[in-house]
Design a protein around this ligand. Structure first.
Ligand SMILES: NC(=O)c1ccc[n+]([C@@H]2O[C@H](COP(=O)([O-])OP(=O)(O)OC[C@H]3O[C@@H](n4cnc5c(N)ncnc54)[C@H](OP(=O)(O)O)[C@@H]3O)[C@@H](O)[C@H]2O)c1
Length: 196
């Protein structure tokens, strides 16, 4: 669907109060940014911090495991006449059905949005979620769907997981790029990942 001229631009971050806090704060300085999470205290603190950087966060305490969660999110966007410009989707692997459902709903009304799906390192393993999502028909209707796959860093003779700052920089980069997939750090050699 084409962008509605009368709708207000907004960004949406699902799971934006943890490691993606920096992404939510940055996006909040562009347009009103809806952040979804469950813990009220973290949502409140994030909203307060956004004001200190001149941003606006609309905190929404919502559990994406709830029934019809994807429908309810898109209903709220419609009732508030919001047009999604950027969407960051960080959901746990057990909620893949929700992620697919939300992408389907976004394809109906917000198909032009830049969407970054944040995925863990293991998502690139054979039969992992990364390829499964790209193969899914719904992604074909979302020209600006991207993946940010979180890898690890190789340093001297050791490896370490990414810092939150590195993750946020990688996700913000993925929002601007044209390639479908951006690996933050590396996932190779897989056997050298921290703790393997
Ligand atoms: N390199 C990698 O591959 C990789 C991958 C994943 C994670 N990590 C690391 O692991 C650490 C912990 O990761 P984490 O998964 O705990 O991420 P996190 O980003 O710290 O927290 C998860 C986010 O999702 C929200 N959330 C979780 N379940 C939800 C639900 N059912 N409904 C609504 N919102 C929900 C959380 O809010 P509430 O708590 O309020 O629900 C929070 O905003 C991170 O700090 C990161 O460094 C690394």
């Amino acid at each position: 669907m084409r962008r509605q001229e009368t709708a207000e631009p907004a960004n949406l971050v699902i799971g934006g109060t943890g490691m993606l806090k920096g992404v939510a704060l940055r996006l909040s300085t562009e347009f009103q940014t809806i952040v979804i999470a469950r813990q009220v205290r973290k949502l409140y603190e994030l909203s307060r911090e956004a004001k200190t950087v001149g941003g606006a966060i609309s905190a929404w305490r919502f559990d994406y495991s709830a029934p019809r969660a994807a429908d309810r999110i898109v209903d709220v966007l419609r009732h508030r006449s919001l047009d999604c410009r950027k969407v960051v989707l960080w959901v746990h692997s057990h909620a893949e059905e929700f992620a697919v459902g939300l992408l389907q709903r976004l394809a109906e009304r917000h198909s032009e949005a830049a969407i970054v799906h944040v995925l863990g390192s293991a998502s690139l393993q054979p039969e992992g979620i990364a390829d499964r999502m790209v193969a899914n028909n719904v992604v074909g209707s979302l020209p600006n769907y991207r993946q940010a796959v979180l890898g690890f860093k190789v340093e001297a003779n050791t490896t370490r997981w990414l810092t939150h700052a590195e993750i946020c920089t990688g996700v913000l980069h993925a929002l601007e790029m044209t390639e479908r997939r951006h690996v933050v750090g590396t996932v190779e050699p897989w056997g050298s990942r921290p703790g393997a």
